[in-house]
Design a protein around this ligand. Structure first.
Ligand SMILES: Cc1cc2nc3c(=O)[nH]c(=O)nc-3n(C[C@H](O)[C@H](O)[C@H](O)COP(=O)(O)OP(=O)(O)OC[C@H]3O[C@@H](n4cnc5c(N)ncnc54)[C@H](O)[C@@H]3O)c2cc1C
Length: 468
């Protein structure tokens, strides 16, 4: 009988590996403890994650992916899969195990006339968007350019085109995936449709995706950028009301936070509660101005940097070496009125973190028009996605900040108990179930049992294979 939740690292030892042999096999893209680039290669986006893999293998193609999968099976070692390294809990770096690192797989083939692209998972959202942007084409990813297209796509993908064109998975036309038995499968709506359904929201549970095929939309210039408003209950509630009433062309995020010392903010606002709004309007510039005007009229903006821009400019350059340590909770709310906004402000101003933030994203639009069972992302009716987070410096403060985010999330919880898998932390089995409500979980567990019956791909928000 298979132990579906086994910890493979307890059964295996890195001594089963021959690093020199691996170096011969994988053309020098093998990084082991003691190598000069080992520490950089095991570093992920979030700080406070200090895992020591036995080996990191930077694969170049699907054949090498299959060989790493075989290696994990032979040695019984933990296998983690890494694209952009932005997993909230560092799932992509296995302690004492094997890291299958896809970051060298960056091929991108764009069919400009057909408005589709085949792309390997080592590209980041920013890299893909910059290249597609050269043709005035885009696929929607998230709010941050350095996030890998591998992880964001497999969990769903909520970004600046979500109300106009839906989630990233709503533009996923096909994929190629190496499953636990080492086979490379082409999956789409008619070929392995069950697996194609599962990878659209079910994360990295079903195999290693070596290529995605996306639909591209004509997106040339947009009107977008940051707007800062003072955060009081009325301004927060108004911002959310306006975002809900806005046309689908407008998607955005309201980050309610204490103002960091940004050079473009007047000094008297540093440390005061602000809304850092990020708005993107895809469409006619004059209509964009009309849609954005009510946000500017909520109150006098502290700073207004919204302007016409090329779509790829939504991803500005990021700070090198930025690795925040964070405690966070993700949830959905039905509404944010003055009372909820007051609670949000009370919690933010009571936090001892170096930065405390409530990130509010109004959903709806195209995302909500996809049938709930069309993909494994089952939160089509959810209204507002909320992430509350404390970013802190001292690892020994973890308990304080974890308690704060837990209490904060509990204080604003409403009737929607769901969770978006890509923002889940180490929140336990119950919250993973909440990411896959109703029939979604049973369907995913059955597909997992078919394609990964031994739970080889378990370093993720894990879907345990159904009993067979
Ligand atoms: C700063 C920041 C901003 C973010 N903003 C957004 C946002 O706006 N919208 C949004 O939807 N999400 C957002 N996210 C969440 C993000 O989508 C997830 O963290 C995602 O998993 C990151 O993907 P990655 O490839 O960079 O991560 P990785 O850590 O490399 O991968 C995460 C997991 O995904 C799986 N995986 C990755 N690639 C593959 C593959 N090719 N085949 C099989 N499995 C794979 C593996 O299980 C892996 O452990 C954000 C995260 C961060 C840190």
């Amino acid at each position: 009988m298979i132990n579906r939740t086994r910890n493979r690292a307890q059964q295996a030892s890195p001594s089963a590996l021959s690093i020199p042999e691996l170096r011969n096999t994988f053309q020098g893209n093998v990084i082991a403890p003691g190598d000069a680039d080992y520490d950089a290669a095991r570093t992920v986006f979030y700080g406070g994650i200090d895992r020591h893999p036995a080996v990191i293998i930077r694969v170049k193609n699907a054949d090498e992916v299959a060989r790493v999968i075989a290696l994990a099976k032979e040695t019984g070692m933990d296998l983690s899969v890494r694209s952009g390294g932005h997993s909230v809990v560092g799932h992509s770096v296995a302690d004492n195990g094997i890291v299958l690192d896809l970051s060298l797989m960056k091929d991108l083939q764009i069919d400009v006339d057909g408005q589709t692209a085949w792309v390997e998972p080592g590209l980041t959202a920013g890299e893909y968007t910059a290249t597609a942007g050269e043709h005035n084409l885009a696929t929607g990813f998230g709010d941050t350019g350095s996030v890998g297209i591998g992880g964001i796509t497999l969990g769903g993908g909520v970004g600046y085109l979500v109300r106009k064109y839906g989630l990233t998975i709503d533009d996923l036309l096909a994929a190629e995936i190496v499953t636990a038995d080492g086979q490379l499968l082409h999956i789409d709506a008619s070929s392995h449709p069950d697996l194609f359904w599962a990878v659209r929201g079910g994360g990295g549970n079903f195999g290693v995706v070596t290529r995605f095929q996306f639909r591209l939309h004509k997106v040339d210039s947009v009107v977008g950028g940051m707007i800062f408003l003072p955060a009081i209950p009325d301004t927060i509630a108004s911002f959310i009301d306006l975002a809900e009433a806005a046309p689908d062309e407008l998607s955005g995020i309201a980050n309610v936070m204490t103002a960091p010392p940004m050079p473009f903010l007047p000094k008297e606002y540093y440390g005061k509660p602000v809304i850092m709004g990020m708005l993107v309007y895809v469409g006619d510039a004059a209509e964009a101005e009309r849609a954005i005007a009510p946000f500017r009229a909520i109150t006098t903006p502290i700073a207004d940097m919204i302007r016409p821009m090329k779509y790829p400019e939504i991803y500005p350059p990021e700070q090198e070496g930025y690795h925040p340590v964070a405690a966070s909770r993700t949830m959905f709310l039905d509404s944010i009125d003055r009372d909820v906004a007051t609670t949000i402000l009370d919690y933010l101003t009571s936090s001892k973190a170096s930065m405390a933030v409530a990130q509010l994203r109004v959903l709806g639009g195209a995302m909500a028009r996809v049938p709930v069972d069309a993909t494994a992302f089952a939160h089509r009716a959810s209204r507002i996605m909320v992430n509350v987070a404390a970013l802190y410096d001292q690892p020994d403060q973890k308990a304080t900040h974890e308690a704060w985010v837990t209490e904060f999330a509990g204080a604003i919880q409403q009737s929607d108990n769901g969770a978006y898998v890509n923002f889940l932390g180490d929140d336990g089995a119950e919250r993973i179930r909440a990411a896959y409500p109703g029939r979604t979980w049973e369907r995913l567990a059955a597909i997992k049992a078919e394609y990964d019956p031994t739970n080889l791909f378990h370093l993720n928000q894990n879907i345990v294979p159904a009993e067979q």
